[in-house]
Design a protein around this ligand. Sequence first.
Ligand SMILES: [Zn+2]
Length: 413
Amino acid sequence: MSDHIKLTSHPHSGSATQAGQVHWGASSALARGPLVASLTQPATRNVIGTHSGSYSVYRALAVASGHLDREHRPDLTNTAPVARIGPNPQWTEPGKIISLDPWGHCVSEVFAEQIAAGLDVRPSIAITKAHINMPELKDAITAGRLKPDGDILAENGDVRVTKAAIDPVWYLPGVAERFGIKESALRRALFEQTGGMFPELVTRNDLKVFLPPIGGMTLYFFGDVEKLGKPETKVACRLHDECNGSDVFGSDICTCRPYLAHGIEVCIEMAQRGGVGLVVYNRKEGRALGEVTKFLVYNARKRQVGGDRAETYFARTECVAGVQDMRFQELMPDVFHWLGITRIDRWASMSDMKHGALVAQGIEVVERVPIPDELIPADAKVEMDAKKAAGYFSESVPEAAELTLAKGRGLDE
Ligand SMILES: [Zn+2]
């Protein structure tokens, strides 16, 4: 490779690329065509952006510092998925899946010939197996709520799971349609709000697929994954948006980890009854506002006159971030379409936005499972009251007077 910088903003000579056009939603992987984001064979590229989401920046550091050969191509020997997912009918239904590549886990199989011929096609999804163990699950065994079965759940609290990591792959016309906006408006905002990082967003209207530099999601499956997509299979699910402070460190200002642990309990029960449990973990820290914004909001909440209380919970976020929430659940149902899920029997979530997004995409939610009151930390009462008052699923909505009470701890307590 020469030392010249190759601009991506305009087609390379002979731009009818070797990879060919992408026919998103086509009836087979071959008809859709491989997605090629190769940085070393620019003429073959048929997408905007690059693999590995935000980690592409670390890859840049590795190349710049001489630790990684920029020509390196992954050796995919033995990396194939441990469980078969799809193809499901939703993969080719127009508009159903627009934010991930349904063939992303099996590219080394379906595009084997193209890869052997030298085309740089890479997986955007990987599926493996693991054991997980959380102290809350041991507590549930001790309390008699969960019973070890020696298969899914062991005496020591180990749980056998299958897990999948998914990098986002956006089909821009589909994303624009989902949000009811013009593709040109979406492209322009993406270009401008990333500081002009991907010029092709505005110069290459012929490229319709974008690998955005953001975090993806992880799926944890409990029970037999390959039963998904069959109408008789009962499904329990917790859809969880990342909250590192609570999920990992047990911070008590919110209900995130308790609800996640409860959701996993619901998933294990479902798997033990012959169904499948699914936790979807989205990298959307702090309502996709990020942790810096989140911690600024915590301070604003706790220092405001009148103390930390539900009636000003959303207003304090809006003061700092300009909006209450940027998770935009519109794209979230795609993963259920990918798995062939049309009905969720037990849905461990109280969020009206998540529920609304699923229903809008034609996915039936049979039973909504709220977090049990005894699992809500004291400092998280502010958040819970505010969310219930704003329309979260609940058996009881707090009275207006409740919302004015300072229930959150002060910063120095
Ligand atoms: Zn949280």
